[in-house]
Structure formats: structure tokens, C-alpha cells
Ligand binder design. Structure first.
Ligand code: HEM
Length: 202
């Protein structure tokens, strides 16, 4: 499959279309608690799709070679940036909710705030270290550890949120299965790479 939109243009198109979507929510629904919650939910959904595209790109290409997976892999950095920015939209909508309608941060459990805060720490550092100006301060293995641990942490929070929803609302099953497939293929790939290393005697 030939897709002709790449890199920065792709990032711009992803962010522009999602920002337009949020704007339409507020335009047609008005500015109140429910519309803000809708924007929170949609920003999490967009973030989950962009996240899987970035986190799973290399593995998807390994197991399913083709034009689409090649395109995905070559653009994984831009999907990663789109994920992080979209997740900061999630946070901005939460701040709107807190300041105007409902004290969401005051009512959240401390453990949830810590887990969410940690995910934002990872999203922020992973975003910055996608650029040479920051990544040059890390060794390749430090960079890899940051993006692996951060990726799995964020994956865990998505899965926790969507597993419950998928049981109650079947529409969420699509997102849950996408997250599950990403993890399953990555886990198989880890085992394959570990076996090669054992064979090579490393
Ligand atoms: C401290 C930070 C965070 C807070 C306080 C928070 C709060 C919320 C709230 C209140 C909702 C429900 C909105 C509604 O249905 O009315 C929500 C939805 C959601 N959040 Fe967050 N969130 C945080 C960070 C995160 C992070 C880091 C992730 C993922 C890595 C995440 C993923 C989700 C998902 C998947 C949903 C469900 C969306 C849906 O129902 O379609 N959140 N969040």
C-alpha cells in the first residue's frame, strides 16, 4: 500500500485533524463538563492509537513485511511525537475540567496520580529524547532503556483503563485488542532476540 504522507507532514496532519476534532466537540456540544469529558476520552483514544503505531512499528514490520508496515516503521518517531503531544492534550483537558467543573485531581487516588504522573514523566522525556539535541546526552543503551521502560509503563496504564471499559462496552474491544496485539508481538520478538543472543554465546 503506497502512502504518500511522511514525517513532519504526517505529524502535522495527525495533530491538525485531532485538534479540529476537539474544536468540533466544543463547537457543537458547547463548553461544559460533559463536552470536556468527551475531549478527555477522545484524546486518550487518539493517544492510544498513535502510541501503538510508534511502540509496535518495528515489530509489526518484522512480522508483516509490506508497504504499510515499512511506512509505519519509517514514521515511528513522528507517531511517537504525535502520541506525546496528544497525551498532553489529555492533561490540558483534565486541567480544564479541574478548573471549571469538577476537582478531578483532588478526587483521584494518590496511586493513580503517581502512576499517571510517571507516565507523563516518561512521555515528556521520550518526546525530548526523540531529538538529537537531547538524545546526544544519553548513551544508546540508556536511550533504549528509557524508551523500553517508559513504553511498557504507558502501555500498562492504557491496558488498565481499557480492559475495564472493554468488558462493559464492546466498542472499546478494538483498542484493547490493538494494545494486546502490540504487546504479544513485542514479547515474541524479545524471545526471538534473546534466543539469537544465546546462540551467539553473548
Ligand atoms: C494524573 C494523570 C491523569 C488523570 C488525573 C487522568 C484522568 C482521567 C479521567 C478523569 C478520565 C475519564 C474521563 C471521563 O470519562 O469523564 C480519563 C480517561 C482515560 N485516561 Fe486519563 N488521566 C491521567 C493520565 C492518563 C495516562 C497517563 C493515560 C495513559 C497512559 C491515561 C489514559 C486514559 C484512558 C485510556 C482513558 C479512557 C478514555 C475512554 O474512556 O475512552 N490517562 N483519564
Amino acid at each position: 500500500m503506497a502512502i504518500s504522507i511522511w514525517r513532519w507532514r504526517l505529524l502535522f496532519a495527525l495533530l491538525l485533524s485531532t485538534v479540529l476534532f476537539y474544536a468540533l466537540i466544543f463547537l457543537f456540544e458547547g463548553f461544559h463538563q460533559e463536552s470536556t469529558r468527551l475531549a478527555i476520552r477522545w484524546s486518550a483514544r487518539f493517544a492510544a492509537v498513535f502510541f501503538c503505531a510508534a511502540f509496535g512499528a518495528s515489530t509489526f514490520q518484522h512480522f508483516g513485511k509490506g508497504g504499510f508496515t515499512y511506512w509505519l516503521r519509517m514514521n515511528r518517531k513522528y507517531f511517537g511525537i504525535a502520541y506525546a503531544i496528544t497525551h498532553f492534550f489529555h492533561l490540558s483537558f483534565l486541567v480544564l475540567l479541574q478548573n471549571n467543573f469538577h476537582p478531578v485531581f483532588n478526587l483521584a487516588k494518590t496511586t493513580s496520580l503517581m502512576a499517571g504522573g510517571m507516565a507523563y514523566f516518561f512521555a515528556g522525556t521520550m518526546l525530548l529524547t526523540s531529538f538529537d539535541a537531547f538524545s546526544r546526552h544519553l548513551s544508546p543503551s540508556q536511550w533504549k532503556w528509557l524508551h523500553t521502560i517508559g513504553g511498557w509503563w504507558i502501555w500498562g496504564i492504557f491496558v488498565k483503563s481499557y480492559a475495564k471499559n472493554a468488558l462493559n462496552y464492546p466498542g472499546y474491544m478494538v483498542l484493547f485488542l490493538l494494545l494486546a496485539l502490540t504487546a504479544l508481538l513485542k514479547a515474541i520478538r524479545y524471545v526471538q532476540l534473546w534466543k539469537y543472543q544465546v546462540l551467539l554465546g553473548k
